[in-house]
Design a protein around this ligand. Sequence first.
Ligand SMILES: *Cc1c(COP(=O)(O)O)cnc(C)c1O
Length: 374
Amino acid sequence: MSTMGDGTRAVRAGLPEPEQFEPTLPGPVFAAHFHLSGDPVGPYTYGRETNPTWSHLERAIGELEAPGEDVGTTVFASGMAAITAVLLSQVRSGDAVVLPDDGYQALPLVREQLAAYGVEVRTAPTGGDAQLALLTGAKLLWIESPSNPGLDVCDIRRLVEAAHTAGALVAVDNTLATPIGQRPLELGADFSVASDTKGMTGHGDILLGHVTCRDPRLTADVRRWRKVVGAIPGPMEAWLAHRSLSTLQLRIDRQCTTALALAEVLAERTEVTGLRYPGLTTDPSYAVATRQMRRFGSVVSFELADRDTAERFLTALRLVDDATSFGGVRSTAERRGRWGGDAVAEGFIRFSVGAEDPEDLLADVEQALDAAVR
Ligand SMILES: *Cc1c(COP(=O)(O)O)cnc(C)c1O
């Protein structure tokens, strides 16, 4: 499968060998425990440790994260469960970690928790390589690229090299790109982490997360942590996620193409400022993004004059739901400042491009901008 295209890989990812009279993708297995006589050895013993539906999904995600390689993937109940599994299974009191100061809005909560456990937390913005100055003595460098919601990009390969030289592990939050947009393990990272609630599953109806590692010892740490805290996905969610992966390339390709078209339309509008999309040739991240990304994602961010203009724009949209999250087949947008957690202007919009016909979506955005500024 490693020589196949992304679409072929996506539709077949994680499928078991064909078995007469069995479905292509076995249905969800609902079990708290499994028949088990004698010594309690796996693969399937108790439902907090392992489940065959997770196994299929984990194999599928591994094939997308590192085609043709033997990697270990662990699925979790949410992206935050995956993120904290990496951090809390690796760091001890007295260790230092480097986190982004412009990353996902729950990271400051993680930061507080780490500090309460006696971990030294150093922070740096995603863009501009400021992380390089903070690596001495660090146990782990956490990268989120592209960052949410600012869409800054950092040079992952370069930071990984510096971190490894300094003896630090590197984890990349790859939520925005998904594995068909960017493969952190190929760029040298030790952990590829994502909220699969977003583009990876793409329908806005389940929460899920995963961690993929090449080093079996790191996988064992992460799996042990899942067992300790019990942050496990339900079998139904895991099965729905696997089913959704078959359309990953179709969805993301469509969404990325329309996202670029939207960014190009917005670039022409004088009422739009602070436009960011890593795939736009004029974007400050374009050069680095093209070196490490294979697709640039479905999210476009920009600013309108103020809070009221942004709210009028969101209200005037007909095909775009005012909702948080991103990466789904139905376009969503929100005024990110309403949450209060991100350092963004009051008129800042995070726009997630869905799978609608591009001309319908672009026309809707143009009419909503006209309505907002009138
Ligand atoms: C949404 C998100 C998370 C958290 O994921 P949940 O599935 O909501 O727990 C983490 N990182 C990024 C970049 C996200 O966008």
